[in-house]
Design a protein around this ligand. Structure first.
Ligand code: AMP
Length: 557
């Protein structure tokens, strides 16, 4: 399939706001693709070139990309700025159109195909070590040199991870179902089980419902974790439970882990499906020593504690993730503990469709008590309140209330699990831009533009700004990081790829005409950098609207 067909379809998808139309446009394209390219086409449509569970990245910065473009066409920075209206891909396409006459003829070149673009991306990702930046840049120059302007728009968007087509992963699930006449639920389930939409599209195209139904969780393939919905208090949780008993578990302020074991091999995956085994040798050792089974998938939280056993805030655990050197020395200062709270598979037994209480039984028969989340099962408010207080005294974050008959639903934030925190609930917001600070902060990008995810449009929409909450060292690190993911700059403002998630606490949410979202945060401050979360995990506009409404439970509107 020509890459241009994909670009043309994405152009049409961007132009319509109608869900149905988007689905039929994309479904038509997927149907037209050869079986051998369905996987790549679906990934490109999702704005990716590798599946979510694939650790490879291109590692190309905005300035690296602009440098590569300079090898293809002659332009001055102010010419680029003239075309820039917030989207680098569009600006480059427009710049290219305007330079068409000066560009060397590409007439005799083979047109780009989905397959050839995918091969190029793999080569760019594989370039590593000394001199690799130059190699990556020349591969990108070659690719851009062969692309038509509309193709360029999407190649750039893929490189920068900034698609802006309004085609979310959730919508793509529906497109795949429509294209290959398969059940949406089977597509979604297969995606959550494997974290690979491309592979799922391929399976749907080749084997239909039958193939999708056979997808199951298996050790060493990380599953998207089940998530909890926020509720304001214990009473609301009990109301949702409709008088039945709920299992109230400690809510640990650590990092989510999924632990897989098979054939003597133990691997740990993060919430974002990254393999973090090498950073957590102590947890691997504990699991190997103390878990009484040889094949399983566990779900839980890793918590850092001080020598007296008191939990450290979440940030301390995160320092260990992604770190493989000096792990031994860090161990002595900070001890990591595992608290498992679910089991998805045990020996030959698939457990995700079993009710919570049955999975918990299996967990208790497989792990020692000290490795399992403490809980109480009750439908009485007083009992839950006592336990909530206890979680505060121990230094944990609150409780998670779980419906005892619920299955494990990967990837879903539903009403089966409800989280109740001691503090005002924080939000997970994406930094979409930053400004250079004033005075003492003038050397740092320190005023952050914060956004929620608007699921309707699949775009990040601004809800506030803050310069509060980071230390000087963190400001410096954040400045370096933001510059590496820069999308454009104008005056004091640097727009960045929506990649970094920060946990934010606000005093209030207000209605505001200032932002397109219609809402604005008052007195926002950053309470943590959530490197374990991905932009798609950000608080959604709908959730923020719900929190806005909750404010009026006790306040006049
Ligand atoms: P949040 O990060 O605020 O969305 O809260 C949900 C997270 O709480 C989950 O993704 C887990 O990492 C964490 N968590 C801590 N304790 C538990 C528990 N007992 N059950 C489920 N999730 C928990």
């Amino acid at each position: 399939m020509r890459f241009l067909s994909l670009a043309t379809t994405l152009d049409a998808v961007s132009k319509t706001t109608k869900r149905k139309e988007k689905i039929s446009l994309v479904a038509r394209l997927l149907k037209e693709a050869e079986l051998s390219e369905v996987c790549e086409a679906a990934l490109f449509l999702a704005g990716r070139f590798f599946p979510e569970n694939d650790q490879r990245t291109l590692n190309v910065s905005w300035s690296g990309l602009i440098g590569a473009l300079h090898n293809v066409i002659d332009f001055r920075d102010d010419e680029f700025s003239k075309f820039y209206e917030g989207d680098t891909g569009e600006a480059i396409a427009a710049l290219m159109e305007s330079k068409a006459h000066t560009r060397q003829s590409v007439l005799f070149q083979e047109p780009l195909t989905v397959e050839s673009v995918s091969d190029r991306f793999t080569k760019i990702a594989l370039a590593a070590g000394k001199g690799s930046m130059k190699e990556k840049q020349s591969l990108i120059s070659a690719l851009l040199g062969e692309a038509a302007p509309r193709e360029m728009r999407y190649i750039v968007a893929l490189i920068l991870n900034d698609m802006r087509t309004g085609l979310s992963h959730g919508l793509l699930v529906e497109c795949i179902a429509e294209a290959f006449s398969v059940d949406i639920e089977y597509v979604r389930r297969a995606w959550y089980f494997t974290g690979d939409l491309g592979g799922v599209a391929h399976l749907a195209a080749e084997y239909g419902n039958r193939g999708l139904k056979q997808v199951n969780i298996k050790p060493m393939t990380a599953v998207k974790p089940m998530l909890a919905s926020p509720v304001s208090d214990l009473k609301s949780a009990l109301e949702i439970g409709q008088g039945g008993e709920l299992s109230f578990e400690m809510k640990f302020d650590g990092a989510r882990v999924q632990i897989h074991k098979e054939g003597g091999n133990t691997r740990i995956f993060s919430r974002g499906l990254n393999d973090v085994t090498e950073s957590l040798p102590d947890i691997v050792q504990e699991v190997n020593k103390r878990v009484r089974a040889s094949r399983f998938i566990l779900d839980g939280e890793v918590v850092a504690v001080d020598p007296t056993g008191k939990p450290y805030p979440f940030q301390v655990v995160m320092q260990r993730f992604g770190r493989t050197r000096d792990v031994e020395t860090t161990n002595q200062e900070v001890k990591l503990l595992l608290y498992a709270f679910d089991i998805l598979l045990l020996n030959g037994q698939m457990l995700i469709d079993e009710p919570y209480w049955k999975r918990r039984e299996q967990l208790e028969s497989t792990l020692p008590d000290s490795m399992i989340a403490e809980r109480v099962v009750t439908n009485r408010l007083r009992v839950a309140e006592d336990f909530f207080l206890r979680s505060k005294e121990i230094g944990h974050e609150g409780l998670v209330a779980k419906m005892v008959s619920s299955p494990y639903v990967p990837g879903v934030r539903g009403k089966h699990w409800l989280k109740i925190k001691h503090t005002l609930d924080t939000m997970d917001l994406v930094i979409i831009a930053a400004e250079w600070g004033h005075g003492r902060r003038s050397k740092w990008l320190s005023d952050y533009h914060l956004a929620v995810l608007d699921e309707e449009t699949d775009k990040y929409t601004m809800v506030g700004k803050t310069f509060k909450g980071l230390t000087d060292v963190e400001f410096q690190a954040m400045t370096d990081r933001l510059q590496r993911i820069e999308l454009s700059r104008s005056r004091g403002l640097v727009r960045v790829k929506p990649e970094i998630i920060v946990e934010v606490l606000a005093a209030e949410i207000q209605e505001s005409p200032k932002y397109e979202s219609g809402l604005a945060l008052r007195f926002a401050r950053i309470t943590g950098i959530r490197d374990d979360k991905k932009p798609e995990d950000a608080t959604t506009l709908k959730e923020l609207q719900a929190t806005f409404d909750v404010q009026f439970r006790y306040k006049a509107r």
